[in-house]
Design a binder for this molecule. Structure first.
Ligand SMILES: [Zn+2]
Ligand SMILES: [Zn+2]
Ligand SMILES: [Zn+2]
Length: 342
């Protein structure tokens, strides 16, 4: 407005009417002033814009590479309603739970969980990031020794990728399990993977921008303990608890954990009791989605919105029932989507 007025007064016919040298000097000076002010304004706008775009470019983020429980979706041997369409239509199939943590600044990426679907997941990652990153992740975090979370490591061995020293962050029992049992011990011996011990409460700065805090959670720990993660990446933080016994068995308060994170990927294995007819669900305890929603029902909209359920068993209606999906969303919660950025 000010510049517009300035231009209007200086460039009004009156300003041209008296062409004495003195007036021309003033006139040129005025033009120079206007130019200076315009340029100053432009550079201020540029100064404001540039850092925003740099931050946007540099902010680490997560890509969900899989959302299913260990058995994947569709599930071996299942011809019921839950899996029927997924057998017929490959586009609705889902990989086993896994996350890619992407750091655009260091140009590295990190894989959370080495699943039986790792082949498809690394390909998916490459497609989604247009080949801008190394095909293999810089390091892998494996939460525990259930088949959906670690058996993808087999693809790193001599028979397939023959990888060279990929750091594998694992808790002590998981590390001992890999080092002392075939075929995993061969990956260690040949240094396809380098197991690095992390512990309950450890904080690992994997880059200037990213810190991964690990903590153990109660789960069926036959061969290893079970890790969960709080990932602090740039100005965002993520909670990743794919597999856990009921929330009240954890020695941390899940509500405060969710509140103190921006995005929480939480165990949503089963939607509700009775989902597996003929099977005792107490033997495979998980917090039902309906229980988690009930637990958070008195929390505000913002807190509920941070929760993204993940790790769905093939029987979970979240995978195939539109009505149930809508119900969860209407209550203010989210469902993790394979291939989406967070
Ligand atoms: Zn699992
Ligand atoms: Zn099924
Ligand atoms: Zn498990």
């Amino acid at each position: 407005m000010e510049i517009a007025n300035l231009i209007k007064t200086r460039w009004s016919p009156g300003a041209f009417s008296d062409h004495t040298p003195r007036n021309e000097e003033i006139y040129i000076q005025n033009i120079e002033n206007i130019m200076m002010r315009v340029m100053l304004r432009f550079s201020l706008i540029l100064l404001l814009l540039v850092p925003v775009s740099l931050i946007a470019r540099g902010q680490p983020y997560i890509i969900v590479l899989g959302v299913a429980q260990d058995g994947g979706y569709p599930h071996m041997g299942c011809t019921k309603e839950c899996c029927r369409s997924a057998w017929e239509n490959p586009s609705i199939r889902r990989n086993v739970v896994s996350l890619a943590l992407v750091d655009p600044v260091s140009q590295h990426w990190y894989l959370f969980e080495a699943t039986p679907d790792i082949r498809e997941q690394l390909h998916l990652f490459r497609q989604l990031t247009s080949g801008k990153y190394n095909y293999l992740p810089r390091a892998v975090f494996v939460s525990h020794a259930h088949i959906g979370h670690y058996t993808g490591l087999m693809q790193f061995g001599r028979e397939v990728m023959n990888t060279d020293g990929i750091s594998l962050y694992v808790m002590p029992r998981m590390k001992a399990f890999l080092e002392n049992n075939g075929p995993w011990d061969q990956l260690v011996r040949l240094e396809n993977i380098i197991p690095v011990e992390i512990n309950d409460g450890s904080e690992l700065a994997i880059s200037e921008e990213i810190t991964v805090k690990s903590f153990s959670v109660p789960h069926r720990n036959e061969y290893s303990e079970t890790a969960a993660y709080k990932i602090i990446a740039g100005n965002r933080s993520y909670l990743f608890i794919p597999d856990i016994n009921k929330w009240d068995k954890m020695n941390k308060d899940i509500i405060s954990l969710v509140q103190s994170s921006d995005i929480s990927f939480l165990d949503g294995t089963f939607y509700s009791q009775g989902e597996l007819p003929g099977r005792n669900m107490d033997e495979i305890p998980h917090p039902f989605i309906v229980e988690t929603m009930e637990l958070f029902s008195r929390e505000d909209k913002e807190t509920k919105n941070k929760i993204h359920f993940i790790h769905f068993n093939h029987s979970n209606p979240v995978l195939y029932n539109k009505g149930i999906r809508e119900e969860i969303l209407t209550k203010g919660f989210n469902i993790a989507e394979q291939g989406h950025n967070y």
